[in-house]
Every structure is written in structure tokens, then in C-alpha cells.
Design a protein around this ligand. Structure first.
Ligand code: ZN
Length: 200
């Protein structure tokens, strides 16, 4: 049975100012398996987010804002393979972060085994070490790893900011449902694009 529903309205901001020393950008799972059309779990709208994410990273680097990546990582017989098929197997091409967004020196890459970037990783500890309070969350997949990471951040009282042009999902419903949830439930700030974010 198919059910049709409308996604309730959520607020979209034109501009948000963030203190550079207390803010970080997180790039979620922008790996070949998800972002390259030859990847095992390709998200067709993900390649279009590369440019905006790059722009945001350039802006963050210029402002001295810390940059984190999550890298979904699975090994032999991971139970997730039963849900999604084999993907991002450790050490393979599909596991690697796309060339266009390769982490640079000083960026921190967090390997994670589940949807949530905080689950079983040192992410929370590192954010606290650096006194980060605001997280600009980008990447894929909007309603899976982006949403889980945003939710987990909000439960730890980080302020979450999501630029609409920097996340991607398999369907429009998934995309808007994730944004609605981040806005409504996790009290995150949804901004129109990466241009809406000012580091001051
Ligand atoms: Zn996975």
C-alpha cells in the first residue's frame, strides 16, 4: 500500500552567523560508493553537492574553522551488508572520500561503522577538546547518516546547521523529511545554501 503525505512546512533561513572558533564543518560520508556513479550505493543527487561543499570548506579553511569528515567503514560480514549490500569496504576505492573533497592536512577523519557519526567514535570527545558548539552538517545520505549524526549532535546539545544545497537523498521525500525532522525535532537551523553561512 502506498500512502501519500505532505511534508509539513519547515523554516528556511537566509543567513546565519557562526563564531569561527566555536564552529566546525562535518562532511558526512562523501565516499565513492555513495557519490560516484560507479559506486555500490550511488545517490544520484550527491554529485551536485560536491561544489557547494567545496565552497563551504574553502570558506571554513579561510576562517580557520575546523573540518571533520565521517567515513563509513565496514569489514567482512558486516550486518549492514544484509540491508544495503556490500559497500564502503575498508581499503577499497568505494570506501575512499571522493577526490574533489579529499581531506587536507589538519582535517580530522572519523571512521564510523553505523549511521551515526558519534556512535563508537571519538567525535564528541574531539569536539569538546576544541570547544566546538555549532556544527554545520553536510554530505549524504540526508535521511540516514546525516540525520542520525545531526540527531546525535542535538542530543548532546550541539547546535546543528544544515545547508540545503550540501545534502542529498535518494528521494525528495527522504530529503525533505530529514530537513523537517532536523528543524522540528532537533531544533536545527536549515539554511538555503552554503552562501547563507557567515563565519565571523
Ligand atoms: Zn554503511
Amino acid at each position: 500500500m502506498a500512502v501519500r503525505v505532505e511534508v509539513p512546512k519547515y523554516r528556511i533561513e537566509d543567513r546565519v552567523e557562526l563564531p569561527r572558533k566555536e564552529s566546525a564543518v562535518i562532511v558526512v560520508d562523501m565516499q565513492n560508493d555513495f557519490v560516484n556513479e560507479k559506486g555500490a550505493l550511488f545517490v544520484p543527487t550527491a554529485p551536485a553537492t560536491i561544489k557547494p561543499i567545496r565552497k563551504l570548506l574553502d570558506k571554513a579553511r579561510d576562517a580557520g574553522v575546523r573540518i571533520f569528515y565521517t567515513q563509513d567503514t565496514h569489514y567482512d560480514d558486516d550486518p549492514e551488508y544484509r540491508i544495503w549490500g556490500e559497500h564502503v569496504r575498508y581499503g577499497t576505492w568505494g570506501w575512499e572520500i571522493v577526490d574533489e573533497l579529499k581531506p587536507r592536512e589538519g582535517d580530522i577523519v572519523i571512521r564510523k561503522t553505523r549511521y551515526d557519526g558519534f556512535y563508537g567514535t571519538p567525535l564528541d570527545d574531539l569536539l569538546r577538546v576544541y570547544n566546538i558548539k555549532n556544527l554545520v552538517i553536510t554530505g549524504t545520505v540526508a535521511n540516514i547518516c546525516v540525520l542520525h549524526t545531526a540527531g546525535s549532535a542535538a542530543l548532546r546539545w550541539y547546535k546543528v546547521i544544515v545547508p540545503m544545497d550540501a545534502i542529498s537523498a535518494l528521494t525528495d521525500f527522504d530529503y525533505h523529511a530529514a530537513l523537517r525532522q532536523i528543524h522540528f525535532l532537533y531544533r536545527g537551523t536549515i539554511v538555503k545554501s552554503v552562501d547563507s553561512i557567515i563565519f565571523k
